[in-house]
Design a protein around this ligand. Structure first.
Ligand code: ARG
Length: 474
């Protein structure tokens, strides 16, 4: 290469585009542009896509059968090697290549010789990376969905054993009405069910093959995209090459579903952090899933739950990152798009970790039933039931609310729980009170009344669990 300025410490001794260039890459530029430090995670999918592409090239008679065999064998060997590489192997390679795609291609040529250079026929890294992302999302999201199902199963198991454990339900974090602990646990089940729906739904839209879109305009080799789609398990092909090479909707949908999932796990964490406090003492966490203080010997802290709550911010950040990266991009591919990888991978790792930890906590948390039941036994939680009782005796609810408001006021003022009052005292507030009042003024009675679908009665929850178990069956 005459007249080429060589940098002593050039990262890329040769590049795919060296024909056009008179200077080797500046080392700073090389370090700044490489994504190999993080997109290595795509390697199994890059190889899967490249094998399908090789077969497509052979079908189009752009490769002989023996060339096809050689390339595929080389790719499979590289995949095996990469699975075995240690962290130090990876670190030593990290600045050699611009990205995972160039890395694999370089190794292929080193392994199989010149014929490896035919792999990139009719393909650009732009449609290649779009394919890798879809393959990654399809497989890795399915694993995340399985983790959600596993967490849901744990919730159902714990709920089933706690149908008749009652605790105060809260609104505004003020004690409101008694509820079953199972009901509280199954509320998280429902949130997770919607999360699963969002993840599965996003997979429907990514079910189109991007390969064949080329750099931006399509490919000139008449590659059979439908056959490639079939080989890779996609039910169709993308319709517009310009859109295809710069579409990251699937990643954004994933990040958005992940944000909602984390929001749910974070709310749940917040509940349990409160419950683990001395003031509530509704739960104890196992020592193995808690942390201590380096200074205060008495402390046992719910750090795992706090980290789930904290990592929620990080996942929202990833969603904002990619939405912001995308908002100013003209058609079609722009290098900005490389910034999609870290938020995606980081989020995938974060939700998996959070789901696994939440499952462990759900399996092993100790419910302090006595504390819950004691708190639930406060008559003030039955004030609404008292008003409902008067309604059954014919009083309009607004008036009943007022009557019971006065009863509650007196009970609090005189520090005299109304559930201990004789009937006479109630009758001074309203003559409609009769002896059957005391049946209503019980915790079990109040719970049992909420017997519609979605209510907290023992009957409703049993029915709900039956339905859920059917749904959870694979
Ligand atoms: N590493 C790049 C990415 O992740 C691959 C595509 C590179 N394409 C290009 N035209 N420079 O987006």
């Amino acid at each position: 290469m005459p007249n080429k300025k060589q940098h002593n410490k050039s990262q890329w001794e040769s590049t795919a585009w060296e024909g056009r260039f008179t200077e080797a890459a500046d080392p700073d530029a090389a370090v700044f542009t490489t994504s190999f430090t993080f997109d290595r995670e795509l390697f199994p999918y890059d190889i899967q896509g490249s094998i399908a592409h090789t077969q497509g090239l052979a079908r189009a008679e752009l490769l002989t059968a023996s060339e096809e065999k050689t390339i595929i064998a080389g790719l499979k060997e590289i995949e095996e090697e990469m699975h075995k590489e240690s962290l130090s192997d990876i670190a030593s390679q990290s600045t050699l290549d611009e990205d995972i795609h160039m890395h694999i291609e370089r190794r292929l040529v080193e392994k199989v010789g010149e014929v490896g250079g035919k792999l990139h026929t009719g393909r650009s890294r732009n449609d290649q990376v779009a394919l890798d992302l879809r393959l990654y999302l399809r497989a890795e999201t399915a694993k995340a969905i399985d983790l959600i199902s596993a967490l849901q199963s744990s919730l159902v198991t714990r709920a089933e054993a706690e149908i008749t454990t009652f605790l105060p339900g809260y609104t505004h974090l003020q004690q409101a009405q008694p509820v079953s602990l199972a009901h509280h646990l199954l509320a998280y089940f429902e949130m997770l069910e919607r999360d699963k729906g969002r993840f599965s739904d996003s997979l429907k839209r990514l079910d189109q093959l991007p390969l064949g879109a080329g750099a931006l305009a399509g490919n000139s080799f008449g590659l059979d995209r439908k056959a490639n789609a079939k080989a890779l398990g996609f039910s169709g092909v993308t319709a517009n090459s310009l859109d295809t090479v710069c579409d990251r909707d699937a990643v954004i949908e994933f990040l958005s579903a992940a944000s909602m999932l984390m929001m749910h796990l974070s709310r749940w964490s917040e509940d349990w952090i409160l419950w683990a406090s001395t003031e509530f003492s509704y739960i104890s966490l196992p020592d193995s899933l808690s942390t201590g203080s380096s200074m205060m010997p008495q402390k046992k802290n719910p750090d795992l739950l706090e980290l789930i709550r904290g990592k929620t911010g990080r996942v929202y950040g990833s969603l904002m990152t990619l939405l912001t990266v995308m908002k100013g991009l003209p058609l079609s591919y722009n290098r900005d798009l490389q910034e999609d990888k870290e938020p995606l991978f980081d989020t995938m790792h974060t939700i998996r970790g959070a789901l696994r930890i939440m499952k462990r906590l759900t399996d092993e948390v100790i419910f302090q039933k006595y504390r819950m039941m004691t708190a639930a036994n406060d008559g003030l939680l039955l004030a609404t039931d008292l008003a409902d009782y008067l309604v059954t005796k014919g009083l309009p609810f607004r008036q009943a609310h007022k009557v019971v408001g006065k009863i509650v006021y007196r009970a609090i003022e005189e520090k005299s729980p109304f559930e201990t009052w004789p009937l006479k005292t109630f009758q001074t507030f309203c003559p409609l009170f009769k002896t059957d009042l005391f049946e209503r003024l019980s915790l079990q009675g109040a719970i049992d009344k909420k017997s519609g679908i979605g209510g907290t009665s023992t009957k409703s929850i049993r029915a709900e669990i039956r339905k859920i178990k059917k749904r959870l069956k694979p």
